[in-house]
Design a protein around this ligand. Structure first.
Ligand code: WTA
Length: 677
């Protein structure tokens, strides 16, 4: 870390090191139909052709005005792509497909209740809905290019419609994952300085109609206390014309979008030709301090990168039915449910609910019904489905040509099940490694050209040049069998531009660590630090081992341990809190929470439950600890620092090492007894 912060237990340290696997090759059928089968792609994207190579992606889009400069490095390390160009993201994802494909389905919305009809929204219909909403946002909410707006929307078609309406106007959207609490939403409203919040009254999750409106009330109240006033809350109805929330409306602040839209029937708004470098959206992600970071993504570079990688890596053709089961509230959904697939005129599936509702066959029934041929999910989902019934997918008649995995390392045996049972041995698998910050894929395979290797992501995708450094900044070479900090040598158009309103944190977190010259305007001096540990095999394939900082990746969702600790500390009885990552069969990694109480409080199960509930209220259910261990004291150094390394070893049933130098070595034994039962 830039500030040389030492993290005592990181995911990378608990990573399982599985052995190097044999490669698996794509079928002839796949290769014959692939978008990219010409091996010169790697040559074309060679560093010698950098940055010109990326115009190949930009040329997939419609530009209102072409760029003057491909890459401007004058404000290093804030790289600027396609400077001088003007482009509208909504136009590229909607309008330009109308001429040839207006009657084609853009979005298949699959409600969670299985008796509700799937909505097939054509590009024409999407165009109409996006325009009407854009008109409403402009005229009723007074939003214009450069404003920010916070969205707290779950997985319904209204989410991409809202994003695209914002993009049409040049309004910067900041979508907060629907499962996040009102508190988490408030923090992001405050940071983004949004005066409009767009939400929905309710949505289905595991068979329950969730009251989502209540989160909006909490978010607006807390944001106000933090200094950001929201004047308007715009609320979609899950069932148009019907109210799905018992939470009352607040006069003069809350408005039902479906009612307002009646005044905007058939209204059109011209897409605003935005400077390529203007932000398209913010996406908050966990960092090493408690405060989430607003990753600012550009319009032109970002859209070019997600269009290019959707086409080359995910092999999306306009005639494909593509289903990514991630949530649009995360970067995967922004890039590879909405902007990538729609810019290529594919049909993108949006499923409202959980993959196992009402049973583990749901995903395969959806795939069968909609003829999905490209499928995209995370290892945590694959592990869960395999555990419930490893033979179930065989009973369904779905056929995939391509499957993506993303978010966490996938164990080779899980990979093989995905390949043989889910993919019926027909589909290629691409293990894509990337981050919220990077906008699109960093590593993975061009599927018709490179073989798959279970458990490894692959080499850098075209135009991405990873490098692994040791702590001293020496390069660790391929095949050395040593892990180190994986960085990217060069800029790329999908990379975030900065942390919203915090350039210093952007530079110190991502670029200071291995910077060769802080005054340099040459990108070669500024390797990008990803924050992951990795190993590079002889053949240039990378295996990602996990985070090197105090971020943990639960079911592919990033959480800061500091974030969880601060949430625990808001519970009155808590004196100290420490979170450590624990390896988990299904979720990859889960948080274990150690708590010491203020004097005078008894460690009871009720109190442990109260702390756990407090964390869910503050962050959301995804942050719920595996266990809350109430301990009489934390293992500490003589200077009073909590030794998370020792707690991490205990939770992972590993050797705690030498603890004799601790201020209170006897506590280790006590905690160990408690944890091992
Ligand atoms: C991890 C999700 C192993 C990694 C797109 C990274 C992965 C973090 C993989 C980013 C993969 C993502 N193999 N680990 N294929 N993909 N990760 O920002 O630790 O939610 O830094 O972006 O997930 O998570 P984020």
């Amino acid at each position: 870390m830039a500030d040389k912060e030492v993290v005592e237990t990181s995911e990378a340290q608990i990573a399982v090191h599985w052995k190097e696997e044999e490669c698996v090759y794509p079928s002839k059928e796949f290769i014959n139909q692939a978008n990219v089968k010409d091996e010169t792609v790697y040559k074309r994207f060679d560093l010698d052709n950098f940055p010109e190579c990326f115009t190949e992606y930009a040329d997939l889009l419609h530009w209102d005005k072409s760029w003057d400069t491909i890459l401007d490095t004058s404000d290093a390390p804030c790289w600027k792509w396609f400077v001088g160009g003007r482009i509208n993201a909504c136009y590229n994802c909607v309008d330009r497909h109308l001429e040839k494909n207006k009657n084609k389905t853009a979005i298949h919305f699959v409600p969670e209740p299985e008796n509700e009809r799937v909505q097939h929204i054509t590009y024409q219909e999407l165009y109409v809905q996006v325009n009407e909403l854009a008109a409403l946002l402009q005229d009723f909410a007074g939003l214009k290019a450069g404003d920010t707006v916070t969205l707290h929307l779950p997985m319904t078609a209204e989410l991409p419609i809202t994003m695209l309406a914002c993009a049409r106007l040049g309004v910067i959207h900041s979508e907060v994952f629907g499962g996040f609490s009102g508190r988490a939403c408030a923090d992001r409203i405050e940071d983004a300085k949004s005066r409009v919040l767009i939400t929905i009254d309710g949505y289905y999750r595991s068979g329950k109609l969730i009251d989502h409106k209540q989160n909006a009330d909490i978010a607006v109240d807390l944001a106000k206390k933090d200094g950001q006033k929201v004047d308007k809350v715009l609320i979609w109805q899950r069932y148009p014309g019907k109210n799905s929330t018992p939470t009352p409306m607040i006069e003069g602040r809350d408005y039902i979008i479906n009612d307002l839209l009646k005044d905007y029937r058939g209204k059109k708004v011209d897409p605003v030709p935005m400077p390529a470098e203007d932000p398209l959206f913010l996406m908050y992600t966990s960092g090493t301090t408690g405060k989430p970071k607003g990753c600012q993504h550009s319009t032109g570079g970002y859209l070019a990168y997600v269009a290019g990688t959707s086409k080359y890596i995910q092999d999306i053709h306009p005639e494909d039915v593509y289903w990514c089961m991630a949530d649009i509230g995360w970067i995967t959904g922004h890039s590879y449910i909405v902007y990538g697939p729609l810019s290529l005129c594919a049909s993108s599936v949006i499923y409202e609910g959980v993959p196992t509702y009402p049973d583990a066959g749901r995903a395969w029934r959806i795939a069968e019904e909609l003829d999905v041929n490209i499928f995209h999910t995370a290892p945590t989902v694959i592990r869960a489905l395999r555990k419930i019934d490893p033979d179930l997918p065989k009973k369904y008649n779905h056929h995939f040509k391509h499957m993506t995995t993303v978010g966490e390392p996938i164990e080779p045996q899980v990979w093989r099940w995905y390949h043989e049972v889910v993919g019926k041995g027909e589909a290629v698998i691409v293990d894509t490694w990337w981050q919220t910050e990077t906008g699109g894929f960093l590593c993975g395979t061009v599927p018709a050209i490179k073989p798959m290797k279970p458990g490894s992501t692959g080499p850098g995708v075209p135009g991405i040049y990873p490098i692994i450094y040791d702590e001293e900044g020496n390069e660790i070479k391929a095949g050395e069998g040593r892990a180190g900090n994986i960085c990217i040598k060069n800029p790329w158009p999908g990379a975030f531009q900065t942390i919203w309103r915090d350039r210093d944190r952007y530079v110190s977190t991502y670029y200071a660590r291995y910077c060769k010259d802080k005054n340099s305007k040459d990108w070669r001096d500024w390797p990008y630090l990803t924050g992951d540990a990795a190993m590079e095999a002889e053949d240039g394939y990378y295996r990602i081992l996990g985070r090197i900082d105090d971020v943990i990746n639960v079911s592919g969702h990033r959480l800061g341990t500091k974030e969880i600790e601060s949430a625990a500390l808001t519970v009155m009885e808590v004196a100290e809190a420490a979170v450590v990552p624990v390896a988990d069969d299904i979720k990859g990694v889960v948080p274990d929470l150690y708590i010491s109480l203020k004097p005078g409080y008894e460690p009871t199960d009720e109190l442990a439950m109260k702390i756990s509930a407090g964390i869910c209220d503050t962050i959301g259910k995804i942050a719920r600890p595996r266990k809350v261990w109430l301990v009489s004291d934390m293992p500490k150094t003589r200077s009073g620092k909590i030794m998370r390394r020792v707690l991490g070893a205990i939770s992972n049933k590993k050797d705690v090492g030498d603890v004799s130098t601790l201020a209170n070595p006897e506590i280790v034994d006590e905690i160990q007894k408690k944890v091992s039962g």
